[in-house]
Write a protein that binds this ligand. Sequence first.
Ligand SMILES: Nc1ncnc2c1ncn2[C@@H]1O[C@H](COP(=O)(O)OP(=O)(O)OP(=O)(O)O)[C@@H](O)[C@H]1O
Length: 540
Amino acid sequence: MVTRNSQKSDLGITKSMNFFQNIIKPFKRSSNRGIEDDIEKIAALEQKVFPFQVLVSATKDFNPTHKLGEGGFGPVFKGRLPDGRDIAVKKLSQASRQGKREFVNEAKLLAKVQHRNVVNLWGYCTHGDDKLLVYEYVANESLDKVLFKSNRRSVIDWKLRFEIITGVARGLLYLHEDAPNCIIHRDIKAGNILLDEKWVPKIADFGMARLYQEDATHVNTRVAGTNGYMAPEYVMHGALSVKADVFSFGVVVLELISGQKNSSFSLKHADQTLLEWAYRLYKKGRTMEMVDPDIAASADPEQVRLCVQIGLLCVQGDPHQRPAMRRVSLLLSRKPGHLEEPERPGVPGSRYRRRTHHRPSGTSSVGTLSTTGSSTDSFGSNLNTNSGTGGATPVSSRTPTRDHATRSAGASSSSDPHGESLQATQLPQKLVQATFNALSLSHSLHNGHVRLPQHNIVQKNFGGGHPDPNLTYAKELVAGMELSKNDAGVEPPEFGAAADGDADRNMILGNMYVASYKKVYVRKNKKRETCERSDELAGE
Ligand SMILES: Nc1ncnc2c1ncn2[C@@H]1O[C@H](COP(=O)(O)OP(=O)(O)OP(=O)(O)O)[C@@H](O)[C@H]1O
């Protein structure tokens, strides 16, 4: 990576220049071209189109030495435009099967998203099958590298960390409520927060899910988020709302305070997660013990308490209990004490308990750019989120498929005398952990991304000879369960045994296994039958 010092003077120059001039400069024509050429080019510039050749020369033909890294969406190259501006060019991998027109439409929309705390998309380019996005170059590394992978973590002292928290909150508020379209990021994490030369945080990778949406003919297990940051209702049911981003933001806040990465915290502390640990300390009034020892000296106890409280409010299990980002931004400017008490945190993989709210119908749940334009509490509606036999069975598939799956799996939730407990709104903690382990497995298999089946697409396309993402999901579930198989004494199901072409058979089998696991588990652990751990947690 090119160091930020070498960029500083250029950045200084470009900031003072008008944006349109900046854009037009690299394409200045020689004087003998026609006026039509001019018009065409100006039109292209307004649409923020970058000619491929400009990007080729900016990145020295995508030279490996210019490669900044490669994420789930493809490689990113650093480049410099003829006017001196530095850019980051993301070459989308072929997994984005979007047509050229759709890509251009999406990119145009995303290029309108401009905010100080968001990595600005300056333009885009298509060339043959290649699709490229051109971003402003952000000089410092991503937050995860500074926080978790370097010995520079003390460089971001408490004051900076607090500013990063407020900056990310503002960026996310903008995406949710003030951008031209409501954007649910879906993958808020320390790795997607880039820091500029003044440590101003900028949210990266917004809108990517939209560019990678499956079309009607392509079934895929889509990149859905990153382990350790995903809201429980999203992990378990694919239910997506702005509150899923709020949850991920809460995780980032607690990571920033503690300097600990949520997804690896449990490896060091077998019996708890970062979120539970934070909750316990908060309940005991010992929030300062959470602070990263490297920066403890610079920490302001009042601000720390406020941030811990806000972080915990954001990671509550019930999405409706989580504050919207506007409120978070407001709260960050207040003194603690005016705030409600957070309830115990949700665990990725756990089921949340719905309260008095009802899910609004007809809201979009999967798209990144919300089709409703509503900013808060738009809650996923295409999946069952609130009942069932312990898993994420799609609503529309449940009636026709369950009977068959029940027979195939040799277990029945409806005939089970403990049926009531199987319908409980929360799974035992251990089961939750096992599911989480399954997702961790998926995490390691997929370059840090958890992949979830996209149920509605599966349903639409099953029978077309596509791979069955439900199979993967169910196997992952079971892999998690197997870690504790001896406790449960339940054999995993035979996947694929049901051969009638039922779209969700493997999902159902996986869920049945979870259900039967739970049945045995509950029998063996009567005490935990109600799974109410909040008092227990608070008292510990
Ligand atoms: N605008 C940018 N300015 C500077 N560096 C960038 C920019 N965008 C991305 N990078 C860097 O490029 C690398 C790849 O980024 P990318 O966002 O594609 O994937 P990632 O964050 O590493 O992984 P993931 O896909 O899991 O988010 C990262 O090191 C990132 O910090």
